[in-house]
Design a protein around this ligand. Sequence first.
Ligand code: OOG
Ligand code: MG
Length: 237
Amino acid sequence: MIDTIAARLDEAAVTRTALAQFGADAGLDVATAYQVQDALVARRVGRGEAVVGVKLGLTSRAKMTQMGVDEVIWGRLTDAMHISDGGTVDLSGHIHPKVEPEVAFLVEGGAIAAVAPAVELIDSRYRDFRFTLPEVIADNTSASGFVVGPWQPVPDNVDNLGVLLEVDGRVAQVGSTAAILGDPRRALPEAARLAGELRDGWVLLAGAATAAVPLTPGAHVRVTVEQLGTVSLRASA
Ligand code: OOG
Ligand code: MG
């Protein structure tokens, strides 16, 4: 059952075809869903991808409300998901991508070594971006891409910084880093608790500070976090 669901989610991602939700009959609970995620990520690793970090999801009220799911979840980031700052993402590689403003941490020696503004690209493999908690966990928490801005030392306070998501120069979302677990630095112990070992050099995405917005053809997306600066990406036409 675990392998079958992982294979279907993997195929949905590879062929960019949204899946129907598995429904109650699949008997997917949270523990089984993480086993599906393990199997799904193992398939990516089997194709040569490397795990380069972890992401937390649903760490803000805005995201919990938008997705109708209210528990912190985690997923894996691979090198194939990395998009360089200012880079262009090929929309044909996605089903119905959305972008959300995040804070990224660099992990060294089990601690936070640096911080950066970030954009996460999420792309649910389920039709209409609708899922239950176990279903989104199985789907590697909709992970699809991430862009990290310039790394810098962590300022004394990062628990109440303004967050701005702009699309084509227009404000799409505004928020505060306070929305992320009350203080985004809490992402480190939270990720360690959920994911276990965090390796040196890994990126940790603390979770979106606002709701996500659809990424449309040709859009230019810019995220600014007060004191941390700016990160951007462009969508292919
Ligand atoms: C699930 C992933 C949530 C976040 O930052 O809250 C997430 C989804 O919204 O599809 O990445
Ligand atoms: Mg996210």
